[in-house]
Write a protein that binds this ligand. Structure first.
Ligand code: FE2
Length: 343
């Protein structure tokens, strides 16, 4: 039987529960549409929530799918932030009026000019170089120089590179159109197709594996894939990467092509303040160092220290064309790939 003391205890508890519920603030949140699928990002979102109390709702999909989704959802889109692993995609989102300007003094101070939109519609989040990876036993790095020289007869049947569907290749070619013009870029693409060891298939890591397997001598890949292979839990992958050298092309002229993962404020954003807080959090030195050490990408914030592995590859000159300009050349690069038969 319940005595009077227990009854009072129950009433007391009920009052506390009611009071707690009535004081509940509306949940602070930010909705992120991301084309990046890395655990490092989710770790950072969790840290952000711990620090600020702002919940991060993450929707992951292919960047093109996310752009279509935002376009279809229009003003009703819940998207606050759009993240993509290629600057060509951010240009596409901008073209479709899916982004709004988001500049803060913090962004201006912590992100170099070439890695953010001059009109403030997006900022780089991490940086990656698209480099030449070569087999240490079969290639003397003295033979290597520029992207342009990959068409030389010496590389006939030796080059591994993925398909033109790859956003990374589209943006690399855009940088070559920007530097050399349409006609020379077309000749270049045709020359690379002629020198391919096999028709393009697989991802960047598969190109490196094909070189290790003897299909060819060099591959065009993003730097962080070498990090992911070297630090893979799979010993075979480590062995593949250990047979390779990394060469940064065009060091005596415009520099190696870099691309960014970029972050932008969606025009539909209803949690703008929270979104801006998250952008700044991701650009802080500590977050940048975490992204670099977990994923072997280069930080965009120059104050962030590089992990040892990136240091061991050395510093390099990067093509510092403002990346926002490369988006303009993507349609031309698609046309060139088509004409050159780079499938
Ligand atoms: Fe990637």
């Amino acid at each position: 039987m319940m005595n009077i003391k227990h009854l009072f205890q129950l009433i007391f508890l009920a009052v506390i529960v009611l009071a707690a519920n009535s004081c509940k603030e509306p949940v602070e949140e930010v909705n992120v549409y991301s084309g990046r699928h890395y655990r490092s990002d989710e770790d950072l979102f969790r840290k952000f929530t711990e620090k600020t109390g702002i919940r991060v709702n993450l929707i992951k999909a292919d960047s093109d799918q996310l752009i279509n989704r935002m376009a279809m959802e229009g003003d009703r889109s819940p998207a606050d932030l759009f993240i993509t692993a290629d600057v060509g995609r951010i240009a596409q989102a901008l073209d479709q009026n899916l982004l709004q300007q988001a500049v803060t003094p913090f962004i201006l101070e912590n992100v170099p000019k070439n890695l953010r939109d001059p009109d403030g519609y997006w900022t780089g989040l991490t940086k990656r170089a698209r480099v030449i990876v070569y087999h240490l036993d079969r290639v003397d790095p003295e033979q290597l120089s520029t992207y342009e020289d990959l068409v030389l007869p010496a590389w006939n049947g030796k080059i591994l590179v993925r398909s033109s569907q790859s956003h990374y290749n589209q943006t690399l070619l855009a940088s070559i159109v920007a530097a050399n013009g349409y006609d020379q870029a077309l000749q270049w693409a045709e020359g690379v197709v002629d020198n391919m060891a096999q028709p393009p298939r697989g991802n960047d890591r598969d190109q490196v594996k094909a070189v290790a397997a003897g299909a060819g001598d060099l591959a065009i890949v993003n730097t962080y894939y070498m990090g992911l292979l070297l630090r893979s839990s799979n010993e075979e992958e480590q062995q593949v990467a250990e047979q390779m050298g990394i060469f940064f092309p065009n060091q005596n002229d415009r520099g190696a092509h870099v691309n960014v993962s970029a972050i932008a404020l969606a025009s539909s954003s209803k949690n703008k303040e929270n979104a801006m807080q998250l952008i700044e959090f991701l650009l802080e030195k500590e977050s940048q160092e975490l992204l670099a050490s977990a994923n072997y990408e280069y930080p965009v914030n120059p104050n962030a220290e590089w992990p040892e592995l990136l240091k061991s590859w050395g510093t390099f000159k990067e093509d510092d064309i403002n990346l926002s300009r490369l988006g303009d050349y993507i349609p031309e690069s698609m046309k060139i790939f088509n004409e050159a038969g780079w499938n």
